[in-house]
Write a new protein. Structure first.
Lengths: 295, 417, 255
């Protein structure tokens, strides 16, 4: 009876392995397997930014320039409401899913293949975070500088602010917290709750939250002090300082890479012939370099 | 996540297909009333035409006064550095000439409260389209103050658009693309050497597996003993570094040879010459004026007590406030002409609009509040400075004119619109 | 010379075969990290030194060579520490420079060019790639001495940065005539391609109000620029050590 239960458990626990991983090309480290999240996540947000950028190309200088006009209400104000609504609903749905599903599977043992797959998915989420940080810290700010130095600032809702401050800045919070939730439940050996809250995530999430808070201060300050537009003013510097907190992202790669090495060691230790476990070796030049110093 | 993306794309698509009216303003309607009224006053603004081909020019002239009522909350109450330019949705136009009180003005000027400046700006159409263009007067510490705007149509020039600039030696260059091919090539070359360096290090060697080794050795060692970095790597890196030196050397020689004479960027700051203006022949009695917003009658009225110090009857013809010109509807010639007048001039009623020589009397201007509040968003009800400020123009039969500043408290009968 | 067991073990480790760690991990790391690295460098540059980078008429010889290298060395320095520590790759500065090159080119061309229509010869971005090569080379030759790299590397970085960006600027510093005044072509660009919300008095460039040491302003700016860049280098080191590396494996127990 106990054995049957154990067999049943091991059959149902390897999520990625079940239906997907048996298909060729869908393994834990295949592009359409563990790495699919990376491909889908990164391209989704790049395409979203491009789509909005295309929309702006046709509307910004006609309807976007006067927040008091009817055209603005029909385009950018509508986009603003759509973004805030969609981002809020999407965030709550995704986080809710991560917590609900995560609680179900966090305490189950998983196979090495499955854990590696999850680390690849995690790297995909971290990669998506990186892309979202790029869109919020470089892609839109370049446009914001171009806009504000050529158009009179009328309200906090400008064509450049709307996708930047009110979509991608909140998405920064969505993805950093979501990535943490994934790590906490799907990679308990690295980020399990019993270890405490990871400093790496604390910095990374703090970066996205403080950036969002800085938006409010920025708009308040622009209404109070700044009537002229240059970019490199002390008033803008908190955006940079908070952005530096995102350096915590490197710790995420390191922490999970360390676990990867741990998994490799466990696989070796469990194998009958450890030397034959690995198939991915060093490059030719690395062999030559070591042969050169050995001789 | 996919669902969210779909939602956003659907919303975005919907708003793109809904026809939208073009904006006619430039953001000035979001500025507070006091910022638009109490800072600078614009009079006699005129655009020479409203349709040009790319490369053809339009000249806008006018007079701008830094008001005596300049707010103490801006530029610490003492404007001293100013600039004039054109407001446009990006460089849809290029500014070819600019004068202030007759003198050419490349960069910034010294300025002062109460000073009056005659300006002239000539710009050429650059980008095909219909653009709302304004003259603007900027004051350091206050920002850019927007004058009356006009719709300018820029038509395509079959010969294309060229923006000629003249070097000191007489050679002309097209500023649209001068040196651009070289800049692209140069930036690309520097990028290539960077990619070569990166590919050299990251392709022949693994990355992640190195962590297992580096975590066990001191920071200040290159790991040569363990095969992390070899003598060959040192040599090749030095070669790449020297190649970079050669590239920079070649570039340096190129610029020295092609551009032997260079000067630093210039700042030419000066105080524009004073223009002699005839003394004002009308004055207003201080403390005797008031502005009223009558919410019931939907009117804004401005009452002043004016004295005609001249020898001719003086008639009130215009009231210039912010970027608008209210004109006395009883005086046909008072209506501004020119492309900028379309959106920025409105008729008003003036009671007892003419002052006899030597006489002192009350004048009342009455304007519809709908324009002040809804259309122009200028009436400062709900703001922290309840005043109406502008320039009253008085004219005589033989064409003499004088502009008198008016700055009166505003009393609304109600704060409803 | 006899080689100890530890050395042999580490050499084996360099060549070790893994079951799961293939080259895709490397590729995903290098490509996905480039986004956040380039963006971090870009936002730091934009908000510390952006205006000098956006316009040719701001690229002067007093402020531009001081402020910009300081701003752009910060993230590159952080990446130097991370990549040397983790992989013994002297690539952090160049990696940042290449990622940053993409970010600024995309941003400048797509937004300043295609969105607002400034001509690219007016708003082209400075490049830090050539300067980065020198900084990485110094790190390699000093075998990972961050102190020496911060001094020698920063100095070479500043000078190489200025040379590599003065070359494309030179043609625009030729004297030109605008109305009846002699200005540079860069000034003409600034006058003619209107920037509605950026009055010219905001331009912070050499105004001739400093004593110019017999016209040697440029060299004084270099000297100061180099020292400021050293400070920027150590700001980057603090970011890497404190915010990227220190948190690894650390958890907050009470929160």
């Amino acid at each position: 009876m106990a054995q049957a239960v154990q067999d049943q458990e091991s059959r149902t626990l390897s999520e990625g392995e079940g239906r997907q991983a048996n298909k060729p090309g869908r393994g834990p480290i295949d592009w359409l397997g563990g790495w699919r999240t990376c491909l889908v996540g990164c391209t989704t947000f790049i395409l979203l930014a491009i789509a909005i950028r295309i929309f702006q190309q046709f509307t910004a200088w006609t309807d976007g320039i006067d927040a008091s006009s009817e055209g603005f209400a029909q385009t950018y104000r509508a986009l603003y409401y759509a973004e805030v609504l969609a981002a809020t609903i999407g965030t709550l749905v995704w986080w809710g899913y991560l917590v609900r599903k995560g609680r179900q599977l966090v305490n189950r043992e998983v196979s090495h293949d499955e854990e590696v797959r999850r680390i690849a998915v995690f790297w995909g989420l971290v990669g998506t975070t990186s892309v979202i940080l790029y869109i919020m810290a470089s892609f839109w700010p370049n446009q914001d500088g171009a806009w504000h130095q050529t158009a009179v600032r009328d309200t906090a809702l400008t064509p450049s602010h709307i996708p930047m401050f009110y979509l991608f800045f909140p998405l920064g919070i969505t993805i950093t917290v979501g990535t943490y939730l994934y790590g906490r439940y799907w990679l308990p050996k690295v980020y399990g709750a019993e270890k405490g809250f990871p400093w790496s995530f604390l910095f990374l999430i703090a970066a996205s939250v403080t950036e969002m808070a800085q938006v409010a201060m920025n708009e308040w300050g622009h209404s109070l002090w700044i009537t002229e537009e240059i970019f490199a003013v002390p008033f803008h510097w908190p955006f940079v300082w908070y952005g530096w907190l995102a350096s915590g992202i490197f710790a995420l790669w390191a922490e999970t890479a360390i676990r990867l090495f741990g998994i490799e060691k466990e696989v070796e230790d469990a194998a009958e012939n450890p030397a034959e476990v690995g198939t991915f070796g060093a490059r030719r030049e690395e062999h030559e370099a070591i042969e050169a110093i050995a001789s | 996540m996919r669902r969210r993306l779909l939602l956003i794309l659907v919303a975005a698509t919907l708003v793109t297909v809904v026809p939208a009216t073009a904006a006619s303003a430039h953001g000035e309607k979001s500025q507070e009333g006091f910022l638009r009224m109490r800072t600078v006053g614009w009079t006699d603004v005129n655009f020479t035409r409203d349709t040009v081909m790319q490369g053809e020019t339009v000249t806008v002239t006018g007079t701008v006064k830094i008001m005596d009522a300049w707010p103490s909350s801006l530029a610490k109450g003492v404007p001293n550095t100013c600039f004039m330019s054109m407001i446009a949705p990006g460089p849809t136009i290029v500014l070819k000439e600019r004068t202030i009180n007759g003198e050419s003005m490349p960069t910034r000027i010294d300025c002062a409260k109460g000073r009056v400046y005659d300006f002239s700006m000539t710009f050429a159409g650059r980008r095909v389209g219909r653009w709302h263009i304004h003259p603007a007067f900027a004051v350091k510490g206050a920002g850019t103050l927007i004058g009356p705007g006009a719709w300018i149509n820029v038509k395509e020039n079959p010969a294309g658009f060229v923006n000629q600039a003249t070097l000191l030696g007489g050679k002309t260059v097209n500023l649209e693309n001068y040196q651009l091919p070289f800049i692209w090539i140069w930036l690309t070359l520097t990028f290539i050497i960077g990619m070569v360096w990166m590919i050299y290090w990251t392709v022949p060697k693994r990355t992640i597996p190195h962590l297992a080794v580096t975590s066990q050795i001191p920071l200040n060692t290159d790991g040569a003993a363990y095969g992390l970095i070899s003598k060959k790597d040192h040599r090749n890196s030095t070669i790449m570094m020297l190649a970079t030196v050669v590239l920079l050397g070649a570039g340096w020689i190129y610029q020295l040879a092609n551009f032997p004479v260079k000067i630093p960027q210039q700042i030419i700051q000066f105080a524009p010459p004073n223009v002699e203006r005839p003394a004002a022949f009308v004055s207003l009695e201080a403390g005797k004026g008031k502005a009223i917003y009558d919410a019931g009658k939907k009117q804004v009225s401005l009452t002043v007590t004016a004295t005609n110090k001249g020898e001719q009857p003086a008639q009130l013809t215009q009231f210039a406030v912010a970027d608008l010109t209210w004109f006395n509807q009883a005086v046909p010639s008072a209506k501004p002409t020119g492309p900028q007048a379309v959106d920025t001039s409105y008729p008003m009623t003036v009671q007892s609009d003419t002052l006899a020589p030597g006489a002192s009397q009350e004048l009342t201007l009455t304007m519809p509040s709908g324009i002040w509040i809804h259309q122009e968003r200028l009436l400062p009800i709900g703001e922290s400075q309840l005043t109406v400020t502008g320039l009253l123009r008085f004219q005589t039969a033989n064409g003499d004119k004088t502009d008198v500043e008016v700055d009166e408290p505003l009393t609304p009968t109600a704060f409803t619109t | 010379m006899a080689v100890d067991a530890k050395t042999l073990e580490l050499r084996e480790l360099v060549l070790k075969k893994y079951r799961y760690i293939d080259r895709k991990w490397d590729l995903v790391f290098w490509v996905t990290a480039a986004f956040v690295v380039g963006a971090a460098a870009d936002i730091t540059k934009q908000l510390f030194a952006g205006d000098w980078d956006f316009w040719t008429d701001w690229k002067d010889r007093q402020w531009w060579p001081i402020i910009t290298p300081f701003a752009i060395i910060i993230i590159g320095s952080a990446l130097q520490y991370i990549q040397w520590l983790a992989w013994r790759f002297p690539t952090g500065m160049t990696y940042t420079a290449v990622a940053f090159w993409f970010c600024t080119l995309v941003g400048r061309w797509l937004q300043w060019g295609a969105f607002v229509y400034y001509p690219m010869n007016f708003v082209w971005p400075a490049t830090m790639v050539a300067a980065a090569i020198f900084a990485d080379w110094v790190l390699l030759k000093t075998r990972g001495s961050f102190i020496l790299t911060s001094i020698i590397g920063s100095a070479l970085f500043t000078i190489a940065w200025w040379i590599s960006n003065y070359i494309p600027l030179a043609g625009l510093l030729q004297p030109a005539v605008w109305m009846d005044r002699v200005v540079t072509l860069a000034d003409v660009q600034g006058i003619e391609y209107v920037r509605s919300q950026t009055p010219e008095y905001l331009r912070i460039i050499e105004h001739g109000s400093l004593r110019t040491f017999l016209g040697e302003t440029q060299y004084v700016a270099f000297a100061f620029g180099t020292t400021i860049t050293v400070v920027g280098y150590w700001v980057g080191q603090a970011i890497a050590r404190g915010l990227a590396i220190w948190p690894i494996g650390r958890f907050l127990k009470k929160w």
